[in-house]
Design a protein. Structure first.
Length: 109
């Protein structure tokens, strides 16, 4: 990743972490628990109507992300779906980086 891509990613992260996280907290409360809760168990009953896996096609990815976040009542994230996909494309490994052994791995003696 070059410095321009890194700057773009950091800028996006700052926008996501700040205002979007604030909007979600104001509307729904804390999205992820920051500590243990008082519940007896973490177990959640399985709903047989729920698919075990979600399959998405690459050409539908933006729409699928947007739809998923809207169903989860996260319109703040849904607004950013296009940008998520753009950044994912920038972070895609090039052909030389997908070799079986990473050039960043070294032998330890």
């Amino acid at each position: 990743m070059n410095s321009t891509e890194e700057d773009h990613l950091l800028c996006f992260f700052e926008r996501l972490r700040g205002p979007v996280a604030y909007e979600i907290r104001e509307r729904r409360g804390q999205l992820f628990p920051l500590g243990p809760d008082n519940a007896d168990s973490w177990y959640v009953n399985y709903d047989p109507g729920t698919p075990e896996f979600v399959t998405v096609e690459t050409h539908d990815l933006v729409d699928d992300l947007r739809r998923m976040w809207l169903e989860q009542d996260l319109p703040e994230l849904a607004r950013l779906a296009d940008e998520f996909i753009e950044i994912a494309g920038q972070l895609r490994l090039g052909e030389e980086e997908t070799a079986d052994i990473s050039p960043f791995i070294y032998v330890m003696y």
